[in-house]
Design a protein around this ligand. Structure first.
Ligand code: NOJ
Length: 557
């Protein structure tokens, strides 16, 4: 498999609003980020992915863009951004931008002009007349991802527009060549400035097939088969690919509902390749049914099956991504680990995914083991998606009011968006002002400053596994995944095997109880070198709660 720089990256994701406030107004900003570049570099990561920093009314916290060419004034200026770009490059780190082009904000000039039927812009969005006698019936029965109907009436234009996300996020019409030229212009603008790649938001949704009522079985996602994927998706992505080809940059597409079989239609290396890699979601469903709002017990075998599938099916032909957290997912220790065994399970989870093949991602706060927020009332939430989920759960009448609240508290994206915990100072050192959102009350114990001082912290462990991933890259990054103890509901074990036969062996007790180490011991080759563990010493007869180990066996001479 061809080696490329972006395959080897560990990427740190910043959700700017909650990362660090540099000017005391309570909102995270670019000055705050600039002051933390050395910290980010100290993790051993080689890139930063910025969730959107562009001008936006923030109805979906930046994923509703009103101007692709300027920075949200709350976050700073283009000069601030350029200082970060230069500062990151000077430290050997790449910068990845979020490219959100399935939709814009309804405050974007394009949308305003489109609503006014300006000849240049009138077909920039997906407008349809209403149906029925009064012309006010929805054009079709598609549902939005933020549940509700996917159409919104626009009085000025006298038509409906499509929004697969919030009402304030009208979908762009990529069937219009002029829209595709706009997208290319945006891409070139940032690439010319020197950014190193794009994470492309719900990019697999950009092509839509006309469709009236249809039989998709899950009402919440009704209509999805018309755009996931749509008829021209590969054509449009290929056009965008040509832009990036002129630069030393890469493309990572976010791809909801993606399977490895379908992913290969986009990311198989070679002349038809449209994206370098994808964010898939299947490994985030080990504690739920399709969406984290429909919670189930954590199921290790379900998780193993997903890794087995993706690691095997892409091996040698396409490239994976590995993440456990982002701004859309609750904190992983609270989901797949144990808050009681926070440090042990945080390290176990770091071990679990860091040595899989694929580009590696760490979300802000994950490296210090931040936890979900203890939500007490509906007033505690701010995310549009949380309220949509509440609404739809209430409408089904399947859940008690208490259960609706519990489901939302468990699944809410708000969990990932609390302020970054830098120190035990007021507001966790995130701001000197009034923070725009909650600071988790556990900040006195869980914060960067405390973690720096504690040699056994999750933070130091992340630094260590990130360094090992690079040091042993022939196995960790490029090796073949060989699952061990596949039937075990308790132990996650695998080998990564390099072309020359060297082996990296990972063994983890993924439960909060001790388990016999007899089976795990058989996975470790004689003479293997012990690289790291979250407990002191080597493996004893029992694996303690969340005990994790990594060994390395060099090729036989
Ligand atoms: C995926 C983004 O990650 C999420 O935060 C956003 O709400 C939707 N796409 C819509 O842009």
């Amino acid at each position: 498999m061809e080696r490329k720089w972006f395959k080897e990256l560990s990427v740190y994701q910043i959700w700017p609003r909650s990362f660090c406030d540099g000017n005391g107004d309570g909102v995270g900003d670019l000055k705050g980020v600039l002051g933390k570049l050395d910290y980010i570099k100290s993790l051993g990561v080689d890139a930063i992915w910025f969730s959107p920093v562009y001008v936006s009314p923030q109805n979906d916290y930046g994923y509703d863009i009103a101007d692709y060419y300027n920075i949200n004034p709350e976050y700073g200026t283009m000069e601030d951004f350029k200082a970060i770009l230069d500062g990151a490059h000077a430290r050997g780190m790449k910068i990845i931008m979020d490219l959100v082009v399935n939709h814009t904000s309804n405050e974007h000039e394009w949308f305003k002009k489109s609503a006014a039927k300006d000849p240049k812009y009138k077909d920039y969005y997906i407008w349809r007349p209403g149906r029925g006698k009064d012309g006010k019936k929805f054009p079709n029965n598609w549902m939005s991802t933020f549940p509700g109907n996917a159409w919104e009436w626009n009085e000025e234009r006298g038509e409906y527009y499509l929004h697969l996300f919030a009402v304030e996020q009208p979908d762009l019409n990529h069937d219009n060549p002029a829209v595709r030229e706009e997208v290319k212009k945006v891409m070139r603008f940032w690439l010319d400035m020197g950014v190193d790649g794009f994470r492309e938001d719900v990019i697999t949704y950009i092509s839509k097939r006309e469709g009236l009522p249809n039989g998709f079985p899950i009402p919440v996602m009704r209509g999805m088969e018309h755009y996931s994927p749509g008829p021209n998706i590969h054509k449009y992505l290929m056009e965008y690919r040509q832009v990036v080809k002129d630069y030393d940059a890469f493309q990572l597409g976010e791809a909801p509902m993606m399977t490895p079989e379908n992913a290969l239609k986009y990311i198989t290396e070679g002349k038809d390749q449209q994206l370098d890699m994808m964010f898939q979601f299947q490994h985030m469903e080990a504690d739920c049914f399709m969406t984290s709002y429909l919670r189930t017990k954590f199921n290790l075998r379900k998780l193993k099956k997903v890794y087995r599938n993706w690691q095997h099916k892409l091996y040698g032909v396409a490239w994976n991504t590995n993440y456990l957290e982002n701004h859309d997912q609750p904190r992983v220790i609270s989901r797949y680990g144990s808050e009681k065994f926070r440090v042990e399970s945080g390290k176990a989870l770091a071990t679990l995914y860091t040595f899989m093949s694929g580009t590696h991602f760490v979300y802000q706060g994950q490296e210090i083991g931040m936890l979900d927020y203890p939500f007490k009332s509906w007033d505690d939430f701010v995310d549009v998606a949380t309220f949509c989920a509440k609404d739809i759960m209430e409408k089904t009448h399947l859940f008690s009011a208490k259960k609706v609240f519990e489901n939302c508290a468990y699944a809410a994206r708000d969990n990932a968006r609390t302020c970054m915990q830098w120190s035990a100072d007021a507001n966790a050192g995130f701001t000197t002002g009034k923070p725009w959102f909650h600071v988790n009350p556990n900040y006195k114990e869980i914060n960067v400053e405390a973690a720096e001082k504690d040699p056994d912290s999750i933070l130091h462990y992340y630094r260590a596994v990130i360094a090992l991933r690079k040091q042993y890259k022939d196995t960790a990054i490029y090796g073949r995944y060989v699952e061990k103890l596949a039937g075990s509901k308790k132990i996650f074990a695998y080998d990564k095997v390099a072309d020359d036969g060297s082996v990296l062996t990972v063994v983890i007790n993924m439960t909060d109880k001790p388990v016999s180490a007899a089976a795990a011991k058989k996975c470790v080759p004689d003479g293997a070198k012990h690289l790291i563990s979250n407990y002191k010493g080597f493996m004893a007869d029992e694996l303690k709660p969340y005990e994790a180990h990594v060994w390395y066996t060099a090729k036989k001479q």
